[in-house]
Design a binder for this molecule. Structure first.
Ligand code: VAH
Length: 316
């Protein structure tokens, strides 16, 4: 069976149904600190900072794959640095250790463009660049990359990872990420409200629509082990855009929609990150190819959120 830790998070909420459809609902266990809003399939309450609780779940369900998707994101992490470090690292080390002891076959441990800092090239940031992250979240991601490599080299654990760009999805509300302005903006537009953006209008950031991120994750996890040449974390790119470009793509649907710019502490976080990512290695190793650009993502997000806020009245 497959265990998804952090099943109620932004990635978990979208990945769970995808895994259930692929492997069957009885082969996928969703786990998180609280019950999900809509329960579908097997769900278990789990505090992954408790190694014995995790080990018990892994044994009870004979877990063979783990997706570790629980973490405190960049902006939220800066409000409680040690709390974010403790949660991100304790859960990671528990997952690696329990997987080693209980022979879990394959693990997915996400990283992020937040792993890069001021000394990485801002444009076409390469797979191997110096990692001096500006946030606790980024520090915890670099540590996770190095621990994953360690467990692979020393114990042969098949841990795989992607440095996700900012992810945009309609299935969950924004959860403390610096890139989450790009999720909240669509909710405002579809509700006919103006949007106040916490980043400056020209802040160029690497982004990806969730469907691309899920497909990349599944393609990486299904790639033959001998294709995997990176055991820290793969650079992954979808698109890069600014809040101004995103606003313009939305105005094609809502001409009166407006964005006001009021940069806050998150501007410094965004300015420490790359602007565009070079994912040549992922394309070479396991054939990565994005499918969503900004126009296609905007069309999908507006369609999906219109159904959420203004459910289509069935025509009789
Ligand atoms: C965040 N969405 O903003 C996450 C992600 C690259 C951004 O790590 O913290």
């Amino acid at each position: 069976t497959i265990l998804v830790i952090g099943a109620n998070g932004q990635i978990g909420t979208a990945l769970l149904p995808r895994l259930q459809a692929l492997y069957g609902p009885d082969s996928v266990i969703g786990a998180d600190l609280r019950q999900p809003a809509q329960k579908a399939g097997i769900f278990e309450l789990l505090d992954a900072t408790k190694a014995d609780a995790l080990a018990e779940l892994v044994q009870r369900y004979r877990v063979t794959q783990i997706y570790h998707l629980a973490a405190v994101l960049s902006a939220k992490g800066e409000t409680d640095p040690l709390g974010a470090w403790n949660l991100n690292m304790q859960t990671l080390l528990n997952v690696l250790e329990v997987a080693r002891i209980h022979q879990v076959r394959k693990l997915f441990v996400p990283s992020s463009i937040a792993a890069f800092g001021e000394h990485a090239p801002k444009f076409e940031t390469p797979q191997t660049a110096s990692l001096d992250p500006a946030t606790v979240y980024g520090i915890s991601k670099v540590a996770a990359e190095n621990w994953s490599l360690y467990y692979h080299k020393r114990y042969g654990l098949d841990v795989r990872s992607l440095r996700y760009p900012g992810l945009i999805s309609y299935q969950s509300m924004p959860g403390g990420g610096t890139t989450d302005y790009a999720v909240a903006i669509y909710h405002a537009a579809v509700q006919g409200q103006p949007f106040e953006c916490f980043l400056a209008d020209d802040t160029l950031l690497p982004m990806m629509y969730m469907d691309d991120a899920l497909r990349a994750t599944l393609e990486l996890m299904e790639a033959p082990e001998n294709r995997i040449s990176v055991r820290t974390s793969y650079n992954l790119a979808g698109m890069s855009f600014t809040p101004a470009e995103l606003t313009a793509s939305i105005q094609a649907y809502f001409p009166d929609f407006t964005t006001r710019y009021a940069p806050d502490f998150r501007q410094d976080i965004a300015d420490s990150w790359p602007k565009t990512i070079d994912d040549t290695v992922a394309r070479h190793d396991w054939g990565w190819q994005p499918a969503y650009d900004l126009p296609r993502m905007t069309q999908e997000m507006i369609t999906q959120l219109t159904n959420v806020y203004q459910p289509s009245i069935p025509t009789f």
